[in-house]
Design a protein around this ligand. Sequence first.
Ligand code: G
Ligand code: G
Ligand code: MN
Ligand code: NA
Length: 250
Amino acid sequence: RYLEIDLRRACARDEFEVFYQPIIDSQSGEITGAEALLRWNSSERGDVSPAEFIPIAEELGLVSRIGANVLQQACRDATTWPDHFDVAVNVSPVQLLDPRLPQIVAQALRESGLRADRLELEITETALLGDDEAALRTLTSLHELGVRISLDDFGTGYSSLSYLHRFPISRIKIDRSFICKLPEDPGSASIVRAIAQLGESLDMKVTAEGIETSEQLSFIAQQGCDHVQGFLISRPIPVADFLALVRARI
Ligand code: G
Ligand code: G
Ligand code: MN
Ligand code: NA
């Protein structure tokens, strides 16, 4: 009940933390960066999933503020990583339509000193649906800053594939619903293969999400997906644990 009240209080008290899920190169197995995933440990409710509170933050007009904090934190954290590592930050559809987003991103980069090409913003196909002129303007500004845009949860939205060449997108992230039945399910295997080929022919990188088994990892590596992430490699973890993992693997 009254998630709204708790969420406003959480913003004021800054009860959020950014976790990181490592992303590896599918061929070499080396860590190449991480995806930032927001965590809310509420004093009243315990852990609340962003899948639950982000939609409410959007309704309440809090998502740009929460999102700006995630961007600042992620950029700052990434400056403590090896300097070829990337950091990916999720951007909600409402945030994408906020005309201040390019300034917010530019400020996070300036204040942290992070190179723009180390930051990747993950958007969903849904974000490109409504007012796509506004989305195009924003994405063009972000692209001009030097940050990269990736298409998250690919294959689950109502995407017309025309988006892929109209918008400055440099990566496709295959949704984990296509990964979870691999390698046995022939339908999933065909879809994954097709998306990998689509990425290659459009000169986009491809990441497979939700890798949970070594069989899935080897299948994906054979299909030409560039990067993978999933519980097999690591769950999302606090930044200190991410750094410890990185050091342990070097
Ligand atoms: O990590 P987890 O499974 O709890 O994430 C659930 C959902 O919340 C995912 O769809 C993920 O993209 C989204 N999410 C996680 N962190 C953020 C964030 O910082 N901003 C936005 N907009 N969404 C996020
Ligand atoms: O929508 P998005 O792709 O940003 O969602 C990321 C979410 O997926 C995070 O909440 C993360 O916890 C979850 N996730 C990451 N890897 C795995 C995995 O291997 N299996 C499952 N079930 N969820 C995962
Ligand atoms: Mn994501
Ligand atoms: Na996804």
